[in-house]
Design a protein around this ligand. Structure first.
Ligand code: GRG
Length: 303
């Protein structure tokens, strides 16, 4: 299968930021004008929060690897980033990771208070569904196509994925997990949404079942690698570099790959998984150059 416009990781991330941020800005304005203050303002604040847009870039690259060409894929990327954005609002709350800094700015509850931030997080759940529905319409996918996208995104965002992983992560604080328990937490908390980003790109494009499956397997490995790299950065980076409080895992006595394998061991494991991720694509004959570039970025990034 020919790859549609192979791109470097930097190019994909720049494009993902541009197209996603434009859509999220539209939603921020719409919500600020329809939802009374302070909640409307908090929704705008959370949606405008400047992330790296890695998940959005994975959606774009997976879609193109599946032969997709339509610019409306940006809406699917924005829906995934909306789920990610509300998860961060809740993750930072005092009852969860209790953090003050996110993406170089005060966390939503530091800016608006805990009650408003809690509501803003929940209010963004149906917004993600609306963003996805608009994208599916733009892609001409029809009801069945939208159903497949929605089931993929919200299963990944729910108890079988992100919420379930977060729950296990909180429940395990102060207890040392073994490697297999740690993988279960990471696969859910972080990996499920990243896997979904890759699967969604395939489902939105003209891909056969084998391609969608290979994209999902790529996403599974790279999702785990992403969280391992995050663990390494938390242990080795500074708050200024990361835009969030460094050393939080240690402060919260969290089990991490760094705790189990050490910094070097964790780095090696992330690289190994990135290699395995690309192998899934190669074996299935799915064009892998853009996704491979993102995989390499994910395990070597500095923030
Ligand atoms: C609100 C229904 C509801 C559920 C929330 C709190 C929660 C459930 C889940 C938390 C999941 C979570 C925060 C996982 C960590 C993911 C992670 C490694 C985030 C950092 O990702 P980056 O580096 O960040 O891509 P940017 O800021 O660049 O987007």
């Amino acid at each position: 299968m020919a790859e549609v416009g192979s791109s470097s990781a930097a190019e994909l991330l720049t494009e993902a930021r541009e197209v996603t941020d434009a859509l999220l800005e539209r939603w921020a304005r719409r919500l600020e004008s329809s939802v009374p203050r302070p909640d409307g303002a908090a929704l705008g604040y959370a949606l405008r929060s400047p992330g790296k847009r890695v998940r959005a870039a994975l959606v774009l690259a997976a879609y193109r690897s599946a032969g997709g060409l339509a610019p409306a894929i940006a809406g699917v990327a924005a829906a995934v980033e909306t789920v990610h954005a509300y998860s961060l609002v809740h993750d930072d709350l005092p009852c969860m990771d209790d953090d003050d800094l996110r993406r170089g700015r005060p966390t939503t509850h530091r800016a608006f208070g805990v009650a408003v931030a809690t509501r803003a997080g929940y209010l963004l759940v149906p917004v993600a569904a609306q963003v996805l529905a608009e994208a599916a319409a733009g892609l001409g996918l029809g009801a069945a196509g939208l159903g497949r996208l929605a089931a993929t995104l919200f299963q990944a965002g729910g108890i079988e994925g992100m919420v379930g992983g977060q729950w296990l992560d909180l429940e395990a604080e102060g207890r040392l997990l073994d490697l297999s328990e740690l993988m279960t937490v990471h696969r859910g908390k972080t990996g499920a949404l990243i896997r979904a980003a890759c699967t969604l790109g395939g489902l939105a494009g003209p891909a056969d079942a084998r391609t969608v499956e290979a994209l999902g397997r790529f996403g599974e490995e790279i999702g785990l690698a992403f969280q391992i790299a995050d663990d390494v950065l938390d242990a080795t980076g500074t708050s200024a570099e990361l835009g969030k409080t460094a050393g939080r895992d240690e402060a919260l006595a969290k089990s991490t790959y760094v705790r189990v394998l050490g910094v070097e061991g964790a780095r090696v494991e992330a690289e190994r998984l990135a290699g395995r991720a690309v192998d899934h694509l190669v074996r299935a004959g799915v064009p892998s150059s853009s996704l491979g570039a993102l995989a390499e970025y994910i395990v070597t990034r500095s923030s």
